[in-house]
Ligand binder design. Sequence first.
Ligand code: ADP
Ligand code: ZN
Length: 437
Amino acid sequence: MDYKSEYLHPQFEALSREELEKLQIERLQATVRHCMNSPFYKQRFEECGLKPEDIKSLDDIRKIPFTTKQDLRDTYPFGMASVPLTKCVRLHSSSGTTGNPTVILHTQKDLDEWANAVARCLWMVGLRPDDVFQNSSGYGMFTGGLGFQYGAERLGALTVPAAAGNSLRQIKFIKDFGTTAIHAVPSYVTRLYEVMREQGVDPRRDTKLKVLAIGAEPHSEEQRKRIEDMLGVKAYNSFGMSEMCGPGVGFECKEQNGLHFWEDYYIVEIVDPETLEPVPDGEIGELVLTTLNREAMPLLRYRTRDLTRVLGRTCPCGRNHIRLDRMKGRSDDMIVLRGVNIFPIQIEKILMQFEELANNYLITLTTDEDNDNMTVEVELDKFDDDYGRLQKLEKEIRRRLKDEILLTPFVRLVPKGSLPVSEGKAVRVVDKRTVYQ
Ligand code: ADP
Ligand code: ZN
């Protein structure tokens, strides 16, 4: 099966803005009508007096109330469904560490469309049926597993469902099967590279790797560059979330100038998280997404809490799907320390500019004698026992961090391998502050 198969619709990739918007309004109207089958949306629409025929233009989307993660929790498990459960063939669920988990339901058509979207992303960055695609992310409920699995199969690549962890086995697969492309979370890619180095494997000489899809967690441009240099590959940013199926929502093209969000699948809005009014292109706000082709569980104006901005609506690659900046983080990832707002990604950006430093770091917040402090622990790339040199380096890191975040954190340089590594998304912040409220 190749990209021109009956399942895929390459013609949607090259639509003009005008054609895209025409398609969007048709699909939005159909989605709103379909949402009347969901007990949740039916009630919502009744409460605000909204009728499907009120949606006449794309701007009318603003008449629709937002949907939040809390709504998904409140309707757990199946209260959002727009089709009978007998039509659903799979569900994905988030962990639910902070309350009810959330559930996302899929019909077979939803799964097919999702696979198409992921296949489109991979095709865009050069993958073809003769590629060997190793998926080194978690499987199971984590959508990066099955999402990329079916997408790469749809494209026709030979897939290696390696799953996360067990780096020695991963490296053996890469070498034995001639893996050309990998999907993994960026923090795991750097770990994989460390193990390659320990094993004397040179990715450029000993592997056929050329393309990486990295995503599922915020990472800086500096981190991406490091990954590209380490492995001698092109690494493309992949954005997804379970509520929107999973991966395949936004992906960089070969220009690497932002993530194309597929506007035949989603309506993208960027709003001010306080006022909920749209912000102008170029300004940072909260990403709000409306699904346009979902059957089991369409979501209208879903507040993702991810912060980003519009970079453009055209691209030298020929695709006119909106381009968004890499995510700055989620609004709930923001650290507020002594009244200053800081995103972990700002710290990463600085650390990654020091070649003496390895890739793993941890930010710890503490309260010491009524003062809130930040300590940044970061691993050294090479063992060094020259105290003077280390002190100088530490001081320079503090200075650069202060320029970026406007606060001076404590910096601790630690030996490589001493900070925790997670197989899934990296945990970058530990908050041990005492809360006086
Ligand atoms: P969970 O909500 O439990 O983390 P998901 O896998 O659905 O589970 O996570 C989706 C979230 O992951 C997004 O809302 C976003 O915050 C983050 N994310 C996904 N891809 C990226 C990416 N490429 N860059 C930054 N953040 C990302
Ligand atoms: Zn492009």
